[in-house]
Design a protein around this ligand. Sequence first.
Ligand code: NAD
Length: 536
Amino acid sequence: MAKVPTPVNEPVLAYAPGSPERAALKAALEAAAGERPEIPIVIGGDAIESGRTVDVVMPHAHGHVLATAHEASGEHVTRAIEVAMEARRSWSRTPFEDRAAIFLRAAELLTTTWRQRINAACMLGQSKTCFQSEIDAVCELADFWRFNVAFAERIYAEQPISPRGQWNRVDHRPLEGFVLAVTPFNFLSIAANLPTAPILMGNVALWKPSSTSLLGCWEMMRLLKEAGLPDGVLSLLPGAGPEQGAAALASEHLAGVHFTGSTGTFKALWRGISDGLDRYRTFPRLVGETGGKDFIVAHESADPQALVTAITRGAFEYQGQKCSAASRIYVPQAMWARVRDGVAADLETIRFGDVRDFTCFGGAVIDERAYERIAGYVKLGRDTAKVVAGGACDDAEGYFVHPTVIEVDDPKHRLMQEEIFGPVATVYPYSQPFADVLALADATSPYALTGAIFANDREAVREAEDALRDAAGNFYVNDKPTGAVVGQQPFGGARQSGTNDKAGMHLNLLRWVSPRSIKENLAPPHDYRYSFLDEA
Ligand code: NAD
């Protein structure tokens, strides 16, 4: 087998005033804001307009329609499955070098000619700043595509021993059927990786994107076509989750689900699959990365200013709409006034607004439903705890929730337990012994995605790492709990945060192969009798 290129993380461009990338991005933003394309359903390379449409708007200027998307019905899903099963005949037999080359080329396109087009779609459609879009839609996705190729090479190289007279092989087959990729709104890198990781391993996939990331997903489909992905291997099916999910789960050919989104949706899919177990030809692989209630625990030896910066960035970047966002924070009572005032001072200087204005640190939350939910939590904070910074909500032009810090005196307050998925950080100033606080952090929420310890005392770091071993799939020491990088911090959590199959690592790709062992006898025996059968 040919050796694949050694992957390197894509450098993040700075977009500083006067830089060529900033000028190129500004031009791309202006163009994308005025284009208003029709986003079709894509099945077998055909662009289908169903006539059942939804408007794609800018969250920070919700009166501005960016695109009109055509929604797929259950029949479209059934058709996409037939097309995928047909495409599977050749794709599952396509040599690894050819599959790999398509994704290496896709990464190259993404980081060159497509870079600012994709950034513009992500910024306008999902209300990300240029930096948040760059690290997600460009760098992380390019990393997924390049590193996955190298991880796949490792998997294919994994072969058994062969004693003399035999040759043993493992054929890392794709799954027998199709993979359903159901993707969230908040990361375009995840949205594009969920269908393409199984495809790299020789599978065919159906892509059900979130209705609030359609512009970016549509651009990704176009990029993948230019990179050479054959028609039919991937279908794009915008539309309502429950209707599409039901149609996909009804097929005997469902071989896997690659999901990222809320815990509730993943459970609904899992239940639907359990109900259909007698229908499927094979046990479907279920991979789901779901919600989080991510913590920062500060020890009395913590550097208070490092903690302030970790809270400001970790809780409020991308409006707190990261599964990894810092959301419950435990601070020693004696340190709290210093930290509170530090975060409040940061928030005084931070602007949230239209992301085309590069002086904004953040944009709007994704849609009206999210706005109402998050505003409800802010109100809960006002009514039952103390809002110490922020708290303003305004949906007149865009869905804006100003970064909000809430102080609670009950460590089991709902605000310390439930995923809010918005720019709201809840702080519990503690005066109990450190060990008790670690036990609280471990037991307060059902999730276990990310978490951080801030301490200069090494023993405290060791104690926290041990006590919180099951409380987070991604654990940080003196760093914010967001911003995992492919190849550096493989990502995923357990408990109610998902199946922890670690995107950005070979472990994820292993879920998309079904190995076949092949034994070849180089000297087959010619006599059934074993020597023990002889009479002496
Ligand atoms: P969501 O669960 O609302 O939607 C996810 C996807 O599921 C969407 O495409 C939606 O249309 C679809 N869907 C909804 N109901 C369905 C059904 N019955 N059948 C099939 N599909 C259905 O999640 P979201 O709001 O897009 O994303 C936010 C959530 O995602 C948060 O909970 C966040 O923590 C989580 N998330 C987790 C990770 C991780 O790696 N753990 C990463 C990003 C986001």
